[in-house]
Every structure is written in structure tokens, then in C-alpha cells.
Design a protein around this ligand. Structure first.
Ligand code: AHG
Ligand code: MN
Ligand code: MN
Length: 332
């Protein structure tokens, strides 16, 4: 993998910290994938007794995957700190390890409610740079992480499905690799993923429909009316419960994914987390030719106030997202 990326990005050739970091993130995902393969045989399924900062009961694998990513990356001298969905506060690099220039923000296991039922899950990551000189990780403050998504140096995800794929962008296209488990290496399968501009597939958890904003409700109603309604085409619907799997499908064959604000929790913008779910996935979606918006603005331009901030997410094929924003958002 690194040979391909180093050839494409001069910046990477001159930056040992960044290339080591990417290599080690990929290695962590490989470990997680191997662990998932055996499922119950490894005694890793089921819930733990802990509740995370999001108020969600952690699956055993949420904790294990989190520890794998920390332990594979904290000693390599590339990082100044890490933020994870599964940790309340940010993680500082221990004193005995060298502090690097980068920050890693991640969702160790996305879609963890799907683990026990053998449906695809994933790992999402976002890499930022510390924008000031610090000598030691001890000097790090949460403000160092609170950068908009456009600042991401790289972002991507691993999807643990029928195959394990590793998808990454460093800002010049989206590159996709498949893990060859026999050869223990990531093999390039798509040098530049581009998603279709048009689609007739939507992805939303409709069980929340009574809580949606009117414009989302009306758009989905029109999708359901298909060729009999104003959209004049029939739509298909998919919702896996793993953002990684839904977004991977959308990047591969087009679609629109929505996890909008809803009135169940009126004071938070949405369910998904900005820094390690919405931002990295929006970076990938934009690099693949799609659009990612929170309904008001480009997700990548949101200025974060807190590490575990949430966002409303509407992303996917450009013509479909634009249709929703132009024809529905301002009409109702
Ligand atoms: P996580 O498992 O990391 O908490 O993320 C789950 C997220 C996302 O992957 C998915 O799109 C969404 O939550 C599903 O939510 P619902 O169960 O409300 O449909
Ligand atoms: Mn997630
Ligand atoms: Mn998660």
C-alpha cells in the first residue's frame, strides 16, 4: 500500500512520521480484522459492563479495537495525541515515547451493534496536524484537536465485510485496497474511486421518521412515491446500521445517506460524531466526487467546539444531495 501512496504523494515520501502512521493504522485494522474473523471463537462478542461518553454500552470489541489502535500507534513517534469515540478525554503520548506532529481521531469500531449478528462493521480514522510548536504531548490541549474537517491531512476507513477493504484519501482522490489475508498485505484495487452523480437509492433509519424535520420527511415520502411522485423514478432503500458499510456502498455505486437532526434529542445536531465519523467520511465522499452537508453548510467547514460534538449528516451522490438541499430544504 505504502509503495503506491508514496509514489502518488511526494509529501509522503518526505514525511516519515506520516507514512509510519498510515502504515500502522493499516496494521491495526489488519489486527482488528483477524480478531473479527474468529468472532465467538475468540470470545470477543457481546457487551462489556462499561458505558462510554456517548452514553452507549460498549461492546467488548469496542474496547479491544480501541486498545489495538492506541497500542499500535502510541509508540511510533508520529503522534502528539489521540481522540476516540470510546474515550472521554483525549489520550496523551506516554512520557517514555517520542511525541510527533500528528493527531489521530478515530471510531475504533463503527456499527458495533452489528458485530454479534455477523454484519459488516468498520474502523474510521482522521489525521490532523498540531498547528503550533509543542515539545511534549503533555502540552496538548483539546483545542489542538478542534479543527475543521478541511484541515484533515488524511482520512479513511477499513470495512470488515465479506472482504476487508482499506480506503484512504490524502486529498488527491480516494484509493481502495483489499486485504489479502494469505499474503498479509493490502493490494490496490481501485486507484481513484468516483461515485455516480445520480442515484435512486436512499439510506436512512425510517423508524425515526416521526421525529424528522419536515423537509427530510417530505423528501423521503417522495422517494417512496417513486415514479408516481414528483421525483418521477423508483427508489430502492438500504440501511445497515454501520455508517462505514452504507457509505462504502454509496461511494461504490451511488446513493444518499442521511442521519439528520431529529426531535428525539432536539438540543443536539444529530447522532453521528463530527470529528471521527462525519468529518473523515465527508472527506472521502468529497474526494470521490460527492457532497457532504449538515443541511446548513459543508460538513468539512464546521468549526468544532468539543471533541465528541455531533453533526447532522446528509451525504452522497452530488445531484441527489443537491436536489434535497435545493428543492426540499428551502421549500418547507
Ligand atoms: P457506532 O457503532 O460507532 O456507535 O456507530 C453507529 C452509528 C453509525 O455507524 C450508523 O449509521 C448509526 O449509528 C446507526 O444508528 P441507528 O441504530 O440509530 O440506526
Ligand atoms: Mn460509529
Ligand atoms: Mn464505534
Amino acid at each position: 500500500m505504502l509503495e503506491f501512496l508514496s509514489e502518488k504523494y511526494t509529501s509522503l515520501r518526505n514525511d516519515a512520521q506520516l507514512s509510519n502512521l498510515i502504515q500502522n493504522i493499516a496494521k491495526s485494522c489488519q489486527k482488528i480484522s483477524n480478531l473479527l474473523d474468529k468472532g465467538d471463537l475468540n470470545n470477543v462478542l457481546g457487551k462489556s459492563e462499561n458505558i462510554n461518553i456517548q452514553g452507549e454500552v460498549q461492546a467488548k470489541l469496542d474496547i479491544i479495537a480501541n486498545n489495538i489502535i492506541i497500542n499500535e500507534n502510541n509508540f511510533i513517534g508520529s503522534l502528539a495525541g489521540l481522540v476516540s469515540e470510546e474515550m472521554d478525554c483525549f489520550y496523551k503520548i506516554p512520557d517514555n515515547y517520542k511525541t510527533g506532529d500528528y493527531l489521530l481521531l478515530f471510531d475504533p469500531l463503527d456499527g458495533s451493534s452489528n458485530i454479534d449478528v455477523n454484519i459488516s462493521v468498520g474502523t474510521i480514522f482522521s489525521i490532523l496536524k498540531v498547528h503550533r510548536k509543542i515539545k511534549n504531548s503533555k502540552e496538548l490541549i483539546s483545542n489542538d484537536f478542534l479543527q475543521p474537517g478541511i484541515n484533515q491531512i488524511a482520512a479513511g476507513y477499513a470495512i470488515y465485510g465479506p472482504q476487508t477493504s482499506f480506503v484512504i484519501s490524502l486529498g488527491n482522490g480516494v484509493h481502495s485496497f483489499i486485504l489479502d489475508k494469505e499474503e498479509k498485505r493490502l493490494v490496490l484495487t481501485n486507484e481513484s474511486m468516483k461515485m455516480p452523480k445520480d442515484t435512486n437509492e436512499f439510506s436512512i433509519n425510517s423508524s425515526n421518521s416521526r421525529y424528522w424535520d419536515k423537509f427530510i420527511y417530505n423528501y423521503v415520502q417522495d422517494c417512496l412515491r417513486g415514479s408516481d411522485g414528483p421525483l418521477s423514478k423508483n427508489y430502492n432503500m438500504r440501511w445497515t446500521g454501520s455508517m462505514v458499510a452504507d457509505v462504502h456502498r454509496i461511494i461504490t455505486r451511488g446513493g444518499i445517506f442521511l442521519y439528520p437532526w431529529d426531535s428525539r434529542n432536539p438540543n443536539i445536531p444529530g447522532k453521528l460524531r463530527l470529528m471521527y465519523e462525519a468529518n473523515p467520511m465527508s472527506f472521502i465522499v468529497e474526494q470521490a466526487g460527492g457532497i457532504a452537508s449538515d443541511g446548513n453548510k459543508r460538513i468539512l467547514e464546521i468549526l468544532p467546539n468539543e471533541l465528541h460534538q455531533r453533526a447532522s449528516v446528509i451525504l452522497g451522490s452530488s445531484n441527489e444531495v443537491n436536489r434535497l438541499l435545493d428543492c426540499y430544504l428551502n421549500t418547507y
